[in-house]
Write a protein that binds this ligand. Structure first.
Ligand code: SAM
Length: 235
């Protein structure tokens, strides 16, 4: 939804039921209250609540308070972990600027069902805490083979593999053609099977990287890899 033409707000914005509920019942805001508004495209806006009837809040944006900052196009493919570790991993990935969260089910994935609402809530909370102006897309879980097929050929796949020869990951990332979209893949608690490694290896446009000689827990590996990727290829 476009908030503005140039600098002039041209329309009111109607919130979804869940957001409306949060403003009116959790924060107990009513008509006349001010909120900050973003939609991932037009920056952050100061807005006034102008309607709150039948569970639907309408806002009138007036001033742009921050311009939009665009993050690199970075998909994060990960084998879901259980409960608190998944919450943590999702929060950290959002803070580190991924554009899409894509849970993949691998042979050794223990948590095979993902609560997408909980993931979304964690993503929104992390974005709010870190004043991000975009919330990543959240994909439903799918098997590794399907997730790999879904990736556009031009999207470089950064495959984190504890069995990869130890070498500087920065050099491997710098060797990728500049400006192409990226996907980062992190495995489950038990790692990838040989068959999965072979499947990933058959894809073109893969950078298989080591994060050092120690096996990291999956959530630690995610943060380490995202830090290296953002420091090397991010804006
Ligand atoms: N058993 C631990 C756990 O419960 O989290 C370790 C899991 S480790 C096998 C999970 C994933 O983290 C791997 O599939 C790989 O993607 C990534 N990883 C861990 N250590 C790594 C390393 N040194 N280099 C590259 N990737 C690594």
């Amino acid at each position: 939804q476009s908030l503005a033409t140039g600098e002039t707000p041209v329309e009111t914005v109607t919130l979804e039921k869940q957001q409306s509920h949060y403003l009116t019942h959790v924060l107990r805001l009513g008509v006349g209250a001010r909120v900050l508004l973003f939609n991932g495209m037009d920056g952050e806006w100061s807005a006034r609540i102008v309607g709150a009837a039948r569970g639907v809040v309408t806002l009138a944006p007036d001033d742009r308070t921050r311009p939009q900052v665009f993050c690199p196009d970075l998909h994060y493919l990960f084998a879901p972990l259980k409960h608190a570790r998944l919450d943590y991993m999702v929060q950290k990935a959002v803070e580190m600027g991924v554009s899409r969260l894509a849970p993949v089910i691998t042979e050794r994935t223990e948590a095979r069902r993902v609560n997408l609402d909980r993931m979304r809530a964690n993503a929104v909370e992390a974005a709010e805490q870190c004043e991000l102006l975009a919330i990543p897309d959240i994909a439903s879980e799918e098997r590794l083979a399907a997730a790999l097929e879904r990736l556009e050929p031009a999207r470089a796949l950064i495959f984190c593999d504890e069995d990869a020869p130890c070498a500087n990951p920065v050099e491997a990332l710098r060797a990728l053609p500049a400006g192409q979209p990226l996907a980062l893949l992190i495995g489950p608690e038990g790692g990838f099977s040989d068959a999965e490694r072979a499947l990933i290896g058959r894809r073109s446009n893969v950078a298989r990287i080591s994060l050092g000689p120690r096996i990291l827990r999956a959530d630690t590996a995610a943060i380490a890899a995202l830090a290296v990727v953002q420091a090397t290829l991010g804006d």
